[in-house]
Design a protein around this ligand. Structure first.
Ligand code: ZN
Length: 154
């Protein structure tokens, strides 16, 4: 969707360098999927991705897509220029995934006026394709960002 009046893709983001454990999380967005590690023993999702479920210590875990719907749990407005090319103000938030509320992601809330962001706001994931400054092909990542759920989509 490109009808967003409040959000412009920044000139620069500091793209993460995926590890073997986190590669699915950072690249699932290529297919529009938010991939979160799920434990096949207890059935629960967990994050950050790792080789072992912290709940039951099973190693039978693998990334699975979640709905991408979430709720804003906390947020702050950054007004300081930390990254030249990434202009403030912008919202840094913790969101809780609807599929597993104790899976919390640190992200940006975009596509909404900063003054209208609220704790409890329903948001949905979308992805921005970035390449780390090294420019290597395997450094390509799809950063999950969140925006308000369009009304009527529930
Ligand atoms: Zn488990």
């Amino acid at each position: 969707m490109t009808t967003d009046t409040y959000y412009q893709r920044p000139q620069l983001r500091l793209a993460p360098s995926p590890t073997a454990e986190s590669r699915a999380f950072w690249t699932g967005g290529q297919r529009g999927e938010l991939l979160i590690n799920r434990c096949h023993a207890c059935g629960r999702f967990f994050h950050p991705p790792g080789p072992t479920c912290w709940r039951c210590r099973s190693t039978d875990v693998a990334p699975e897509p979640v709905s991408g719907d979430a709720t804003v749990a906390a947020f702050t407005v950054n007004r300081q220029i930390w990254i030249p090319g990434y202009e403030p103000p912008y919202v840094v938030a913790i969101v809780e995934l609807d599929d597993e509320p104790d899976v919390r992601l640190i992200t940006n809330i975009v596509g909404v006026a900063i003054d209208d962001v609220r704790v409890g706001m329903a948001v949905e994931v979308f992805f921005e394709d970035w390449t780390a400054l090294s420019g290597e092909e395997d450094s390509r990542v799809w950063i999950p960002l969140f925006r308000p759920i369009q009304s009527g989509s529930a």
